[in-house]
Ligand binder design. Structure first.
Ligand SMILES: *Cc1c(COP(=O)(O)O)cnc(C)c1O
Length: 469
């Protein structure tokens, strides 16, 4: 039984039609069916009733305005874009939760163009006959990587599955125990393999695997030798891995393919700039690897995609599999990928125009200057409300790529005199232009590596918002 107080609070709740008549709701009644708005108002009232009965809210005055505000919050999910741009001040260049690689201007333009117009997606203009959507990028991929053939699927996880499913269903696949990885989002090599119908044959130990381990495991049932990039961790100390040249030779002697899941797959040689030790895709092809797959939106700096390159004999079988259709990429992906790949025809251009590479390659001196400017802009508009300093720190490549690489940077460190850092961070996230940074002790850190100079005024705007509300 509700108490007298509760009954009183319930009685004071306005009726649905009373709320629907309020002028704050009229813009929504113009855009949405009346019944949807009414239902939202009804739901809001039901929630409030439950709160009253649970003794959660009847003590405070329940106003019509507060109820309307609550209903509008729900309606916003329908009327306002939910997937929207934010400012990445984390210094993590390939942040999987923040959409990984951002596209070059040319790639964005290419997407725009095919979105607004019909295209020759599957049409050969010269002969006037049906074409293949994959032709647009295959020649480019072969030229850039040195591979005989190439194809593109939805993402690298799909590429791994497609390759195992097509080539090794019902067969053994040999993999080192040191490479039995979980990539994230519960993507486990062992489980993908099970789903594909291939049998996993583990060889070696977590830290050491020798060529003899592989040799002893090969039987007439073996369908493939697999190497998986240990993207997001490193085994250090007493370790041994078999060089890809040796695995290539082993596979060739037995007439089976050697497939390497490269994870990130870099076309630009970052080693030359002292960043990481990743072999380029070109180097792997040169070492004789039969099949390689990698992501489009990691170090390549393009759209989400799974790129497969390698020997024609294996690629032909992959292309023939009917399943390809269910993994196929759309025209926006192909447009963005083609434009991104074209940058790599001139590595210097790639380093300048592809945001992923540009951000990874930014030097500490440049970042120090950027941090100074950012600090200055924020300081100017927020008056005495914030304590602002500059600190040396490290950025990360992210996306499970190069976990051991620390990119030296200079961050703007900020804290407020009046609100705790957790609250400041939360308010910046809920600003119309959300800003996401990282926190260290009681400071908010903004890393300029993943920001552009024209983001600075927007960041200042978001700070003003965060300090007002
Ligand atoms: C990231 C990664 C994948 C998954 O790639 P997606 O493009 O995200 O599907 C698979 N294997 C390795 C080794 C990876 O690093």
């Amino acid at each position: 039984m509700p108490t007298v107080e509760q009954q009183e609070a319930l009685r004071r709740l306005p009726a649905v039609h009373q709320l629907l008549d309020r002028k704050e709701l009229s813009p929504y009644l113009k855009r949405l069916p009346r019944e949807w708005v009414a239902q939202t108002v009804r739901d809001t009232l039901t929630m409030k009733r439950r709160e009253i009965l649970d003794n959660l809210s009847f003590r405070e005055e329940i106003t019509e305005s507060a109820l309307i505000a609550q209903a509008i919050k729900t309606l916003h999910h329908l009327t306002e874009p939910q997937l929207r741009p934010i400012l990445n001040a984390t210094g993590i260049v390939l942040h999987t939760n923040l959409g990984r690689a951002i596209l070059s201007e040319d790639a964005v333009k290419a997407v725009h163009q095919v979105a607004r117009s019909a295209s020759n997606l599957e049409f050969q203009l010269h002969e006037g006959i049906r074409g293949s959507r994959y032709d647009h990028v295959e020649a480019l991929l072969c030229r850039l990587t040195g591979a005989e053939a190439a194809m593109v699927v939805n993402n690298n996880a799909a590429a791994v599955f497609h390759i195992l499913q097509t080539l090794t269903k019902g067969k053994d696949v040999i993999l080192s125990r040191g490479q039995l990885v979980e990539i994230g989002g519960s993507f486990r090599i062992s489980e993908i393999m099970q789903e594909s119908g291939a049998r996993l044959v583990e060889v070696g130990t977590t830290n050491k695997t020798r060529i003899q381990d592989y040799e002893q495991a090969v039987t007439s049932e073996t369908g493939m030798v697999l190497k998986v990039h240990t993207s997001n961790f490193r085994i250090i100390g007493f370790t041994q891995e078999v060089p890809r040249e040796a695995l290539t030779a082993l596979a060739r002697n037995h007439g089976i393919p050697f497939y390497e899941d490269l994870g990130s797959g870099v076309l630009y040689d970052l080693k030359k700039h002292g960043i990481g030790k990743e072999p380029t895709v070109q180097e792997c092809i040169q070492a004789g690897v039969d099949l390689l797959s990698f992501s489009g939106d990691k170090l390549l700096g393009g759209p989400q995609a799974g790129i497969i390159v390698g020997k024609k004999e294996w690629l032909d079988r992959l292309k023939k599999n009917q399943l390809t259709r269910s993994l196929r990429v759309d025209k926006f992906t192909l447009a963005a990928l083609e434009a991104t790949l074209r940058h790599y025809l001139n590595p210097k251009e790639a380093a300048q125009k592809i945001p992923t590479l540009r951000q990874i390659l930014r030097k500490k001196t440049e970042l120090q200057e950027a941090a100074r400017q950012l600090a200055h802009t924020i300081q100017e508009t927020t008056k005495e409300k914030l304590q602002i300093e500059m600190v040396s720190s490290h950025s990360e490549v992210g996306g499970g790529s190069m976990p051991e690489v620390e990119l030296p940077t200079v961050c703007v460190a900020i804290r407020s005199h009046s609100i705790p850092v957790s609250q400041l961070v939360q308010r910046l996230r809920s600003a119309p232009k959300p800003v996401v940074g990282r926190t260290s002790q009681n400071w908010l850190l903004l890393d300029p590596r993943t920001l552009e100079e024209n983001d600075f005024p927007t960041i200042t705007e978001s700070f003003r918002y965060a300090l007002q509300t």
